[in-house]
Design a protein around this ligand. Structure first.
Ligand SMILES: NC(=O)c1ccc[n+]([C@@H]2O[C@H](COP(=O)([O-])OP(=O)(O)OC[C@H]3O[C@@H](n4cnc5c(N)ncnc54)[C@H](O)[C@@H]3O)[C@@H](O)[C@H]2O)c1
Length: 668
């Protein structure tokens, strides 16, 4: 389809005549059938809600069609309204627009729904099994039209995928304000998501899915490499000694698929279990997994050979992870580093598959007998934890990978809770990312070149490298390792060929680096060294963006990890400091009701307005979290916030007075 035809299609929005029905494309990965949770009256309400998007003359046809979708898939996706054009990130100028900022947002949301990027593209799910960009295709069509027509004096208001409309605002206001899954707190249990999502009134935005900031697996390769490499440094400081150590985990999905690559970069022999053959095939064909095994005996032999040769290699086991763990225990093969990245934030709807039941049977059971499915998942979790415990007793370093493994295993009754109620194992944030990165302000900063030109991406890499190298020369010891890991990353990034979808790059940077890199980009856009605007953003999984007691804020020990003030303050503060779009979500990595998280996008166009906004917003977006982490008495954050106050006289943060612990000893 030509660019002009594409533009015309976008401007049509929801067509006035019904498009032809679309055949179900079984070559793609589809969302599992969702739970049949609505009663008869609620089902009518779901249909009534869905029909709000369409002219009355179509209601007779569409009501039957939507009822059939609800029965067949548990949700109304409105498949018929999928556009005929290919969805992928195009050059910013190829989007019909009145506002460049809005065109950049279209690029980003199309990237989230690209067949090569999204997990279940036809169900508008980007990753994590239920991380939705929209609830249905009518919302997509409407949003694209609004974005194409809006000006820099308007703001698009998004309620969980539904565009409430364009409201007058001003040029410094965000162009889009997104909320996803915001619930009255008492209605935030997993079944509430099932019910209210089926009714079409809310959605699970995950983190970067519902905020249009997903950049494919690269986003997570970097964070995963940092995590796995530092986990390996925990078992041995010597690179040579680490080579050939055994790393076992699960999941080759949207995020988890980065694990084998990270394991290999860290010099380990990594074995990743994955039950879904399509996910195995995808990661194998992309070269992220070296070899695939369906038979455990052959796999065990291959592991021994690789360890003997100290050969960094990534192996996949196509099957249930519990079978893998139990076999390793039986063979008395020691695992050195272990974790798990199944989607346990979503345990009852396909995030975690029970052992002894095939993938297909499990998917059927989810819809037909959810109660039995839950029992099977919990039995498997107990076995899973038992095998992990046996390996840990032999010295394995195990960490929770932010997927609610320990939380759900404890709820299933597994033996992983200490007497004082804490878990037997630490999370990757408590042990690694928190103290080494977040508390110093280092987090997953990212950018996308809106020209879609790899040459621009190479230029941005060069500019970012220059900033980091210059910072390194005067950096304090405390952050030298972080800077040098990122210098290596950005030097190798182009040849590691990590781009899937938009021309994007991720880099763990602190407040100073983020601002300096953004300034360099803005300058290069102005001078013409970069051919088009650059879009900045970050994962919500960052210093300040996420309040999540079992993940991002699991290393906050003053009791405030169950509060969500930081994430909400961040969203609001980014909004009035110049973000192009902002989002606030209930639910993310660890589950609906378990986390509040937010993010932003910011378009740099080479103007002095961009320069003003980037300085103000990026500074706040990082230092808000450092101030909070410092107030929670985290030593590294106290160091970072004092350093920032010395650099920035207008910043005045309340600092904690530390108590002599002996004083508290005999009080009660
Ligand atoms: N560590 C991080 O930085 C980080 C970041 C984001 C998310 N996460 C969390 O990690 C989890 C995974 O994310 P994802 O995007 O990869 O999800 P995903 O659903 O795409 O992938 C999980 C994979 O696990 C497989 N699986 C589930 N149960 C299995 C079993 N018993 N045996 C074998 N395979 C099994 C599934 O088939 C699926 O492919 C999520 O909970 C996510 O929130 C972690």
């Amino acid at each position: 389809m030509s660019t002009n035809d594409f533009k015309e299609q976008v401007l049509i929005g929801i067509p006035s005549e019904l498009p032809a029905e679309k055949p179900f494309d079984s070559s793609l990965n589809h969302a599992p059938k969702r739970k049949d949770i609505l009663n008869k009256e609620e089902k009518k309400l779901a249909i009534r809600n869905a029909l709000r998007y369409f002219d009355k003359k179509h209601h007779a046809v569409l009501s039957k069609e939507f009822a059939a979708e609800l029965k067949e898939y548990g949700r109304i996706y409105m498949y018929r309204f999928r556009p005929d054009y290919k969805i992928y990130s195009r050059h910013i100028n190829d989007y019909p627009h009145q506002s460049k900022q809005a065109a950049a947002i279209m690029l980003m949301l199309q990237n989230n729904l690209d067949n090569a990027v999204a997990q279940h593209p036809h169900e508008l799910i980007t990753y994590g099994g239920n991380g939705a960009v929209f609830q249905n295709w009518a919302q997509y069509l409407l949003v694209m039209k609004y974005l194409a027509e809006m000006t820099d004096e308007q703001t698009l208001v998004m309620y969980s995928g539904h565009p409430m409309g364009l409201f007058p605002s001003h040029k410094d206001a965000p162009r889009v304000v997104i909320t996803n899954g915001m619930m009255i707190p008492n209605y935030s249990k997993p079944d509430d998501w099932e019910k209210f999502n089926a009714l079409g009134v809310t959605q699970y935005g995950q983190m970067t899915a519902g905020s249009y900031m997903y950049i494919g697996p690269q986003g997570i390769v970097h964070g995963t490499t940092i995590t796995v490499m530092n986990a390996a440094r925990k078992i041995s400081k010597s690179e040579d000694d680490r080579r050939g150590k055994l790393f076992v985990t699960c999941g080759l999905g949207g995020m988890s698929g980065a694990q084998p690559k990270a394991g290999k970069i860290s010099g380990l022999v990594s074995v990743v279990a994955e039950i879904n053959p399509k996910a195995v095939k995808t990661r194998h064909s992309q070269g992220w997994v070296d070899e695939v095994f369906e038979d455990l005996t052959t796999l065990m032999e291959r592991i021994k050979k690789a360890q003997g040769l100290k050969e960094p290699i990534s192996l996949a086991y196509q099957g249930n992870v519990v079978d893998l763990w139990e076999r390793l225990v039986k063979e008395e093969m020691k695992v050195d580093i272990g974790t798990d990245q199944t989607s346990l934030h979503n345990p009852w709807a396909g995030g975690y598959y029970p052992a002894g039941i095939s993938f297909e049977e499990s998917n059927e059971m989810i819809a037909k007998d959810p109660a039995k499915f839950k029992v099977e998942v919990q039995k498997t979790l107990v076995r899973h934890a038992n095998a992990v415990n046996q390996q840990a007793a032999k010295g394995m370093y195990f960490f929770d990978y932010g997927n609610a493994f320990l939380l759900e295993a404890s709820r299933a009754g597994a033996d992983i809770v200490n007497k004082d109620g804490t878990f037997k194992f630490k999370s990757y944030v408590q042990d690694i990312l928190g103290p080494m990165c977040f508390d110093y302000g280092f987090g997953p900063f990212r950018w996308v070149c809106s020209s879609c030109d790899p040459k621009d991406l190479a230029t941005t890499d060069k500019l970012a490298l220059h900033v980091l190298e210059e910072m390194y020369t005067t950096a304090p010891e405390e952050i030298k390792q972080q800077l040098s890991d990122n210098i290596v990353w950005i030097k190798d990034a182009m040849q590691n060929n990590l781009v899937v979808g938009s021309q994007a790059r991720i880099l763990y940077a602190d407040s100073e680096a983020r601002v300096k890199i953004a300034e360099a980009f803005n300058h290069a856009i102005k001078s013409g060294e970069l051919s088009a605007p650059v879009i900045l953003g970050r994962d919500h999984h960052d210093v300040s963006g996420t309040d999540s007691p079992y993940r991002e804020t699991s290393n906050i020990y003053d009791g405030s990890s169950f509060t969500a003030d930081m994430a909400v303050q961040n969203f609001v503060g980014d909004g009035f400091r110049g973000a192009t779009w902002i989002s606030l979500h209930n639910g993310g990595g660890v589950g609906w009701g378990e986390v509040i998280n937010g993010g932003f996008g910011m378009v740099l166009d080479g103007t002095s307005d961009s320069d003003r906004r980037l300085k103000s917003m990026l500074f706040w977006d990082v230092n808000n979290g450092i101030a909070r982490r410092g107030w929670a008495r985290n030593e590294e954050a106290l160091f970072a916030i004092k350093r920032e106050m010395a650099r920035t006289p207008e910043l005045r943060v309340t600092l904690p007075n530390l108590v002599d612990e002996n004083l508290l000893e005999n009080l009660f």
